[in-house]
Design a protein around this ligand. Structure first.
Ligand SMILES: NC(=O)C1=CN([C@@H]2O[C@H](COP(=O)(O)OP(=O)(O)OC[C@H]3O[C@@H](n4cnc5c(N)ncnc54)[C@H](O)[C@@H]3O)[C@@H](O)[C@H]2O)C=CC1
Ligand SMILES: O=C(O)C(=O)Cc1ccc(O)cc1
Length: 307
């Protein structure tokens, strides 16, 4: 495989950066992968499992001389990390991020990026409920979308090279305007996560539902909710705080629809329920036919350990 960047620096060594480290190193897409994490404990684990070619103790040391810098920290931490690394970036380098929200990351990061350094925000639509340096695996991005949200003045060659990298890691790449990305993701990912968190919270209020025996017999729907609701609390807190307007818009629409269905149940309107479920079934079948089913937990993973 071709080397696409000489030195890649990964900042934040969790699920996404860890998976990138595996995918890049397995496919020989960089000469050297350097990693940095804020906590000494994470850096120690990363060294122990040989996640990267080198683990740097500071973000500045990690990005020095790097051709591609990937910010893979929670969305709310992106701006501070960008400010920390900015003086140490090599002219001509590309900075990207993997945050689940795009406009707020652009607002927080872009002001710190020096002239002559490319900033191309991105978001892999791939993940699991696991986090931390042990959770990554090379196959995470295989056949998943990786959206890039370049700025109007982004250099097309730098965008093309980053797009080559994400494709070489097995993903499908596309570009999108950041605000549109945030609305689309509010519908397809952020609101569904909040609903899952809420549903598990509701069940927890009915204490008996979470008794082991009941969990054992719980239907697949609730089990899927509990998987999603086990996702990293810091990451998801930041997603909702930084995609506030779009998420609240979608939740408002969700509540209206919920009331429609609630009323149909109360009124015994079977026809309305049947029509509604027929429409939603067609949507699911459309997703499957388009090869976009990302719900199945089989990510072709090679390692299943979580910290
Ligand atoms: N987990 C998922 O399913 C997906 C996550 N993302 C995005 O990727 C980014 C990283 O997520 P994961 O890899 O899942 O997270 P993770 O929780 O597995 O790892 C995050 C890393 O960031 C570090 N970190 C946390 N707070 C920090 C701070 N204030 N300053 C510096 N470093 C800090 C942690 O020590 C850890 O090394 C997030 O922005 C998230 O929105 C994108 C797609 C999927
Ligand atoms: O685990 C799941 O079901 C996911 O939905 C993974 C995921 C989480 C956050 C993202 O920004 C993208 C993908």
């Amino acid at each position: 495989m071709t080397v696409l960047y000489d030195r890649v620096a990964l900042i934040g060594l969790g699920l996404i950066a860890g998976s990138m480290a595996h995918a890049i190193r397995d496919a020989g897409l960089a000469t050297e992968v350097v990693g940095h994490a804020r906590s000494a404990e994470t850096r120690d684990i990363a060294r122990e499992i040989h996640l990267c070619d080198r683990i740097a103790d500071t973000a500045a040391e990690a990005v020095a001389g790097a051709d591609l810098i990937v910010l893979a920290v929670p969305v709310g931490a992106m701006g501070a990390v960008a400010a920390e690394i900015a003086p140490h970036l090599k002219p001509g380098a590309t900075v990207t991020d993997v945050g689940s929200v795009k406009q707020s990351v652009i607002d927080a990061v872009a002001p710190h990026i020096p002239d002559g350094v490319h900033f191309i925000p991105g978001h892999p639509l791939a993940g699991t409920e696991h986090s931390g340096p042990r959770s990554g695996f090379a196959g995470l991005f295989r056949n998943r979308w990786w959206l890039l949200t370049p700025l109007p003045d982004s250099d097309p060659d730098a965008v093309a090279r980053l797009s080559d990298l994400v494709r070489a890691m097995g993903a499908k790449s596309d570009t999108m305007e950041a605000g549109h990305h945030d609305l689309v993701l509010a519908v397809t990912s952020h609101a569904p996560h909040l609903i899952a968190y809420t549903m598990v919270g509701v069940a927890d209020h009915l204490r008996r539902v979470t008794d082991e025996e009941v969990i054992q017999y719980s239907a697949a729907g609730f089990r899927d909710f509990t998987r999603i609701a086990a996702s990293d609390p810091t990451m998801w807190r930041d997603v909702f705080l930084h995609n506030k307007d779009a998420t609240l818009d979608i939740l408002g629409r969700f509540t209206e629809e919920l009331f429609v269905l609630q009323r149909a149940i109360r009124m015994g309107d079977g026809q309305q329920l049947h029509d509604y479920f027929t429409r939603t079934r067609a949507i699911r079948r459309g997703i499957i036919e388009a090869g976009q089913d990302t719900a199945a937990p089989d990510f072709g993973r090679v390692a299943t350990s979580a910290p």
